[in-house]
Every structure is written in C-alpha cells, then in structure tokens.
Design a protein around this ligand. Structure first.
Ligand SMILES: *[C@@H]1O[C@H](CO)[C@@H](O)[C@H](O)[C@H]1NC(C)=O
Ligand SMILES: *[C@@H]1O[C@H](CO)[C@@H](O)[C@H](O)[C@H]1NC(C)=O
Length: 229
C-alpha cells in the first residue's frame, strides 16, 4: 500500500517536472509569428497569438539597426538595445533573443535580473568588470562570481540571478548578449526598490536596508532612469 502510494507520488512528481521548464516552452509548430497585441482583441496567452502561416514572410524574421550605438549620454552611461519578440515577431515561441549593450567610459549596466532568461555575453570592445550573485545559500551568504572581461571574452549570467557590467576603461565599450527567452524581462534592482510606482512604504525599506530613514527618503526622491530600450 505504502509502495503504491510512493510510486504514485513519484509519477505525479515526474509529470509535474515535465511541465516545469527553465526557459520558454518549446514550440509545437515550425514558427508562430506574433500578431500585435492590438490585433488580438485584448486576449493574452503565455506568449503571443500566431499570424496565419500563409501570411508570414521573411521580414517577420528580420530586423535591422544592430549597428546603432545606444544613447550612452544618460546618468548611468550605458544603453541596452533589446532585439526581442517586440522587435522581431518571428521570435515568438523560439526561446531566444539578443541585446546590444553600449557603455560610455565608466558606464554601468547596474545590478539587475532577467526573470525569464540566462544570458551569455561577449565583449567586442573595451574592458568590463562583470559579476553575478547567487541566491541565499544555506549558510546565509550570497556568493559573488566576478571577472574582468576584455575584448573577445565571454561570460554567462544564470537565469534570475542579480548581475551587472561596469566599463572599467576610459574608452567606450561594446558587448553583445544572447538571452534564452523571447522576452527575458529586466528588473533593475535600484529602480524597482526605490523607484516603484507608487513608492514602497519607507518604513519597509528603512528596516530592510537598516539605514537612517533620511537615506531612504533621499533615494525615493531620485529619478530612477531605466537604460533599456
Ligand atoms: C504592429 O504594431 C506596430 C507598432 O504599433 C506597427 O508598427 C506595425 O505596423 C504593426 N503590424 C501590423 C502587422 O499591424
Ligand atoms: C540621449 O539622452 C540625453 C539625456 O537624456 C538626451 O538629452 C538626448 O537627447 C538623447 N539623445 C538622443 C539621440 O536620443
């Protein structure tokens, strides 16, 4: 009896795990070119609705402008230009996207996470200090993995983990990144915590960050600007 129970638990677990995926679900068609959200009458699915395959053309899998330098003259001195399903509708259901990241001298792509994607980044120009931090470990620590990357170097940021890239040099830097989702999402830590709309109750942040309330008030009054385009 107990054996049967164990076996059925195991079957349930095995079935459940087959529905859990670390990246976007696999397609069940050759392609599913996304329709505009505005064309689907306010209906949403986990992804996008597909265009009729007979109306699909090469242009649905095409875009341009990857050579355009992003606007790095803002506060952070970095600009992420995403080539995801919003830009290339043929990416829908394919579980992949691309980004170009430009850095001014000492520009920073600040600590952020992609809730839905692992990222692999290649440096084309300049020297970047990069790193990611693990989730909370059993001993209470969060381990930092960090590295200085030069031209031609490649680094991986595992899905969901907080990471950053900082231009260490006094020249511009350029990196390309591939991400394992058609729509990786970005949560910029400082923007989300201090710049949310509406703001989080300052008592919450004062306690969480264990600082004087003035510091939280100051941080919440800043203009938190995103560097993703
Ligand atoms: C989809 O929406 C974008 C932005 O609004 C627009 O430029 C594009 O022409 C639309 N595509 C179609 C097929 O309607
Ligand atoms: C770049 O950003 C700066 C600062 O926000 C702004 O003044 C400027 O117009 C932007 N340049 C372009 C080309 O969008």
């Amino acid at each position: 009896m107990q054996g049967a129970y164990l076996l059925s638990s195991f079957v349930v677990l095995a079935l459940a795990s087959s529905f859990v995926s670390a990246s976007d679900p696999d397609p069940v068609q050759d392609f599913c070119v996304a329709l505009n959200d505005s064309e689907t009458g306010g209906l949403f699915v986990n992804g996008k609705f597909c265009k009729d395959p007979k109306d699909v053309s090469a242009d649905d899998f095409f875009t341009y402008g990857f050579d355009v330098v992003g606007n790095i003259s803002k506060k952070l001195g970095s600009a992420v230009t995403a080539f995801n399903v919003e830009k290339i509708r043929g990416l829908n259901t394919l579980g992949i996207s691309l980004a170009r990241i430009d850095f001014a001298p000492y520009g920073l792509n600040p600590p952020h996470t992609h809730p839905r994607a692992t990222e692999i980044l290649a440096v084309l120009e300049g020297t970047l200090e990069v790193g990611f931090v693990t989730s909370n470990q059993p001993d209470g620590s969060n381990k930092l993995f960090t590295k200085i990357l030069n031209k031609g170097d490649v680094f991986v940021f595992p899905v969901g983990l907080i990471h950053f890239q900082f231009n260490r040099g006094d020249c511009n830097a350029l990196a390309f990144a591939a991400l394992s989702s058609q729509n990786p999402g970005v949560i910029t830590i400082a923007d989300a915590v201090f710049g949310s709309d509406p703001r989080i109750n300052p008592d919450v942040l004062t306690k969480a960050f264990q600082v004087d309330k003035n510091i939280i008030d100051y941080l919440q009054k800043q203009f938190w600007e995103d560097n993703n385009y």
